[in-house]
Design a protein around this ligand. Structure first.
Ligand code: GUN
Length: 322
């Protein structure tokens, strides 16, 4: 697709060629890799130091409770990783694992127990829940002071409103913004496109970018001309779960790309038979963007680092330390 030369083209260029040529000129450029793995490691070290100081000074260890319902393998892996990360920074973790056919009331009882437990400062209910449960009833039951996922409607509502402060911001979008900050990417006044409008990532990511004074568009499954809208973005955050959906032609030269997608695709050369790719076609994007997160090793590790950060904040707030 790249590599048009002016000499080979007769007459004035149609507008769709102009973009290809602009991209072609960028072919040799290689985007800076936004290394979420190393930023997350640095954040975990900062958190570990604070956890240790808190223990020494007031004898309190932050605690995170995780509720897992059912036997989804991906959810079990996420929960295991979250618990491991807690251990690595000295945060206590508690887990309740309920069977798939549990009643909503049983989940509410588990939440209520953790709401009342002073050694638990953060509560996370792993999503998705089994289809017979109403997610809204469950998420509403987490006390907002322990809502480290930031999914309680009061926290999301405050995030959406000017002049209001949520107690917690959802971890994945918070991780995306943290990466932009730590890599010195200016957000104010920039055009940002968020691809995907989920409650967990897309919607709160758009709200966060807007709070940072970006001009934000949301592209979703019903958007007409998603490519054209995305091509206007200085900053792209993609969270749709479609492997390699965003091609080079969607990207404005010099854009900064945060790829939240973690999609398994078949790969006979890998020992596991599959490999993970993002929503963005990395091979094409890295020749056009100025900076991009890899998959894996981009946003993924940041989500967990932000969960630890939210849990530490919850514990500090409980003891008026901030
Ligand atoms: N499932 C996928 N992502 C998340 C997340 O960030 N938090 C929770 N609780 N469940 C999820």
């Amino acid at each position: 697709m790249w590599g048009f030369s002016n000499a080979a083209l007769p007459g004035p260029l149609p507008s769709y060629f102009i973009l290809s040529i602009t991209a072609a000129m960028a072919t040799d450029a290689s985007a800076k890799v936004i290394d979420g793995k190393s930023v997350a490691k640095q954040i975990r070290e900062e958190i570990a130091a604070e956890v240790s100081r808190m223990k020494d000074e007031i004898g309190v260890v932050p605690g995170l409770a995780v509720i897992l319902v059912g036997d989804r393998k991906d959810s079990a892996t996420y929960v295991r990783n979250k618990k491991k990360a807690c251990e690595s920074v000295g945060i206590n973790s508690f887990e309740v694992h309920l069977p798939e056919d549990s009643s909503e009331q049983e989940v509410l009882n588990a939440i209520s127990g953790f709401n009342d437990d002073p050694s638990v400062h953060g509560i996370l209910v792993q999503l998705p829940l089994p289809s017979h449960m109403k997610e809204q009833n469950i998420l509403n039951a987490v006390t907002i002071e322990k809502d480290v996922d930031g999914f309680h409607p009061l926290n999301i509502g405050r995030l959406a409103m000017r002049g209001r402060e949520p107690l917690f911001v959802p971890c994945t979008p918070k991780g995306c913004i943290e990466l932009l900050h730590r890599y010195g990417v200016e957000i104010k006044g920039k055009r940002a496109v968020v691809i995907g409008r989920s409650n967990i990532v897309g919607m709160p990511a758009a709200l966060l970018l807007q709070r940072e004074d970006a001009t934000v568009s949301i592209v979703h499954s019903r958007t007409k001309n998603p490519e054209e809208i995305t091509r206007q973005a200085d900053i792209i955050i993609s969270a749709v779960g479609q492997p390699n959906m965003v091609r080079g032609s969607w990207i404005k030269p010099g854009a900064v790309i945060i790829d939240v997608g973690i999609n398994p695709v078949e790969d006979a050369t890998s020992p596991r038979g599959y490999r993970l790719v993002g929503d963005i076609c990395y091979e094409e994007a890295c020749k056009i963007a100025s900076a991009i997160t890899p998959v894996p090793g981009g946003v993924g590790p940041m989500t967990i680092a932000m969960l630890l950060s939210n849990t530490l904040s919850a514990a500090k707030r409980a003891y008026n330390l901030q």
